[in-house]
Structures are given as C-alpha cells and as structure tokens.
Design a protein around this ligand. Structure first.
Ligand SMILES: [Zn+2]
Length: 300
C-alpha cells in the first residue's frame, strides 16, 4: 500500500516507472535527494530555452522532492572568445529560465565553455573565470559545504594548458593542497561527494570511431592529475562518489571503491538529439546517512 500511494503521489504514469526502475522506493528514506544537471549549454536555438524549462519543470515532479541541484558546468552555450553582447545574452537567458522555473537551491562548478580565454586579449573584462563567477555569485571557483550528513566538494577542473592555448583537466598545486586539507579535516565517518566538470576518471573516451591501433585521448578529456587524485582518495575511504559531465555520455564506473558517474548532458548533443547512445537527461541521486547512495539517469 505504501508503495502504491507513493507512486500515486508522483503525479503521473510517465515518471513512476522510471523511479521504480531506479530503486528509489525501497530502503529507508534518504537523508538528501540531489539532482545533477550538467552541460546545459543554453542558447536561443533549437528550442533550447523551452526544452530546458521543461527539464526544470520535470525536476519538480519527484517525490520525495529534490533538496539540492548540483550544476556541473557548461551552463551557457559557449563564452570562449565570444563578444560581450553574445555572452550577456546567453547569461540573461539562463538566469531568466532558471528564475521562472525553479526555486530549488543550486550549487555550481564552471565548465570549459563558461570561461573566456583569449590569450591575445587578456585585457578584456571577460577574461578568465570571473565573469561567470559574478553571474552566479561565486566568490571562488572551488568550494565545500556539508548537508544531510554528507560533505560536498566542488572542484575547478578547467585550467589552461602549459602552452596557454587550450584547456586541460587538472586541479593545479594550490587547489590540490586545498583538497588534501579538506579531506584531512573531514571526519572519517562523513561520506564525501565530489563534483567536477571534467571527469576525474572515465572510460567514455575509449568509445572512438575508426581506431587503427591506438586511441587518442586529450588532456581536456579527463583529469590529467588522475593518479594523484586517486592516490589521495585511497587515504580517505569516506570519498564515495564523484560526479562529472563534459563528455555528454552517461557512464558509471567503480575504481578502488569510489564510484565515478558521468551524467550525460541536459543538452544531449548540444540540443541536437542524442550524443551517441545517451539521450538528453539528468542524474538523480539519493544519499543515505550510512554513505550509500542510489542513482539513476532520468530522460526528461
Ligand atoms: Zn565541458
């Protein structure tokens, strides 16, 4: 009976099977339910604003309700080397759709498309990450907080490559030392969730066409400091879950007792359908006090 009334409360036949499939209904109630939205890439094309609004409305239908949204970056279509008018339009559009459709609290990390890098013109007010941070009211590009008995660590994945011409996935020394310190100062009984834009670890980049005898993987495809980060996690078994986007493919892999989930993309293939086998969607994760979680990718 309990289960039946829970399904009824979901308010529609469409959403109920998805949630049952996800295994959301059994077990004790979660201490926190989060939605992970990544790679929205919003622009005024392909009906993207209306489809993004639909996605945000879809979030409201869940029961139990979503407590927190983690936005994984690549929020606007693309800022890099764009002119200020285009950049402003993209952010204005994002803020208006968001404000009209949801009041759920949200936390952000920036993606590579939320950064303006033009090495020939560093004088521009748009240079670097500050412009997007101002739009989102962020005081720093990485941060942490505690909610529902879990520690959340939001990392800044995107940095210029050594030759200053393109980005790669890494933390850099200062942020790595900060992360080390954060984990050292977190009680070992508190489970940790880590959010990045670029995956710390992923196998999705191995799905490549026309491989002859080797795969090509770029430093922008995955964290180049993966070994260093994994060896740090090895000292902190309370690190349970790493969420990322960037690849626009849905993937879940476990290495050394840490689960790495790449949660597709709200925009799918930049609002033009599926990216390979992955439909436009978002992740829902129920976090439990004992450090366990259940999750699913939701096609909205
Ligand atoms: Zn990206």
């Amino acid at each position: 009976m309990k289960r039946r009334s829970a399904i009824k409360n979901l308010g529609g036949l469409f959403i109920a099977p998805t949630l049952i499939q996800a295994g959301f209904l059994p077990k004790s109630s979660p201490s926190l339910r989060i939605a992970h939205l990544t790679d929205i890439h919003l622009k005024d094309k392909f009906d993207a604003p209306a489809r993004f609004a639909k996605c945000l409305r879809h979030l409201r239908q869940h029961s139990p309700q979503i407590d927190l949204i983690l936005n994984g970056g690549d929020i606007v279509f693309d800022m890099n080397k764009e002119n200020i008018g285009t950049i402003n339009d993209q952010w204005k559009l994002y803020r208006s759709v968001w404000a009209n459709e949801t009041t759920i609290p949200v936390r952000y990390v920036l993606g590579n498309h939320d950064i303006w890098w033009n090495e020939n013109d560093r004088s521009q007010a748009t240079y670097g990450k500050q412009f997007s941070m101002d739009q989102l009211g962020l005081s720093k590009p990485y941060d942490s907080f505690t909610q529902g008995g879990w520690k959340f660590i939001l990392l800044d994945s995107v940095h210029l490559d050594i030759d200053n011409t393109w980005y790669i996935g890494k933390l850099g020394e200062e942020q790595f030392a900060w992360l080390e310190n954060e984990l050292n100062n977190t009680d070992a009984s508190v489970p940790v969730l880590i959010l990045t834009h670029i995956p710390i670890l992923t196998a999705t980049n191995l799905i490549e066409d026309n491989i002859v005898n080797k795969w090509e993987m770029l430093g922008g495809d995955m964290h180049t400091d993966v070994a260093k980060i994994i060896s740090l996690f090895n000292k902190h078994p309370n690190v349970k879950l790493c969420l990322s986007g960037h690849i626009h493919l849905r993937e879940k892999l476990t290495y050394n007792n840490v689960t790495y989930i790449c949660n597709g993309a709200v925009s799918g293939a930049w609002w033009e359908g599926y990216k390979r086998e992955t439909a436009p969607g978002y992740g829902i994760i129920d976090l439990f006090a004992d450090g366990s979680f259940s999750e699913n990718y939701i096609i909205y």
